[in-house]
Design a protein around this ligand. Structure first.
Ligand code: ATR
Length: 269
């Protein structure tokens, strides 16, 4: 029986066991995927134990995604670029670190919006946390021409902008004006999430041809996406990013590429 798990602290909120559990039963695979609460100081012990028990690997979530890096034997380019690991595979006694968040973000956009080329001229990114790093890595790999980055704490945006010369930082107060020639708008902040403050942004200057996406998926249609939809912009919600980032992990753990369809989405709502 193939086994995998998600490690984090806290971990009770993770949707990954539900997602992988659904795919296991849908594909009639005798396997298991559990959530293991893991404090940072216990990470290496728990990983060693799981590798000894012949687990295929694990997903990592907050606060373990960066901490693991010095302990890896190999790291994928995407994980290196993002500076975080969300997937560790145990292969021949080695720890292999990968990151599927950039893939998940881009795949969600491709499935939700179709041909992406028209949207890859000028992306405006709200927020400069870990999620923004993955979003930017995905967009850079896809060939985005220009990125405008804005964050409440500007120093974080400036640090992130070191990733590539096409990233320009503007003050958080400028977030409405910079939308004038945007082809893509992405919210990577936690604003607009259930029980979080709302995201105050005006889309008045945004061209109606621009694509708008939010990594927040609770609620599924955030105020940002609603505002965009009502004025005629194409929108893609954030739930698909979570689902698509899990596809390479499931494939690596259990040897089957799982299907992303409406039935999976409904499992998670
Ligand atoms: P993640 O790794 O999921 O991106 P994070 O690193 O905590 O999480 O980043 C959260 C993002 O939401 C940051 O861009 C944060 O802005 P700061 O860097 O200034 O903290 C943004 N954010 C959270 N609360 C905010 C608020 N009230 N106003 C503006 N931005 C906020």
């Amino acid at each position: 029986m193939k086994r995998a798990a998600v490690l984090g602290y806290p971990i009770h909120h993770s949707l990954s066991p539900k997602l992988h559990g659904y795919w296991l039963s849908k594909n009639s695979i005798k396997g298991s995927y559990e959530a293991i609460e893991t404090k940072p100081e216990n990470l290496i012990n728990i990983l060693t134990k799981l590798a000894d028990e012949k687990y295929s690997g694990v997903n990592l979530t907050v606060p373990l995604k960066e901490q693991i890096i010095p302990h890896l034997d190999e790291i994928s380019n995407s994980a290196k670029m993002i500076g975080a690991v969300n997937l560790v595979l145990f292969k021949q006694g080695k720890l292999i670190g990968e990151n599927s968040d950039a893939y998940g973000f881009m795949q969600n956009l491709r499935v939700g919006a179709g041909e992406l080329l028209p949207y890859l001229n000028h992306a405006v990114i709200l927020g400069a946390g870990g999620a923004a790093r993955a979003v930017i890595a995905g967009l850079l790999e896809a060939g985005i021409k220009k990125i405008t980055l804005t964050n409440r704490t500007q120093s974080r945006a400036k640090e992130l902008a070191k990733m590539h010369e096409s990233i320009h930082v503007v003050d958080w107060n400028q977030r409405n004006e910079v939308l004038t020639d945007a082809t893509l708008l992405v919210n990577t902040t936690s604003l607009g999430m259930k029980n979080q403050p709302s995201l105050e942004v005006s889309l008045t200057h945004l061209p109606s041809s621009a694509l708008v996406t939010d990594i927040v998926y609770n609620p599924l249609e955030t105020d940002l996406l609603k505002q965009a939809r009502i004025r005629g912009n194409k929108t893609v919600d954030g739930l698909g990013m979570l689902i698509h980032q899990a596809v390479p992990a499931f494939d690596a753990f259990f040897g089957v590429e799982p299907l992303v369809d409406d039935a999976v989405r409904e499992q998670l709502l």
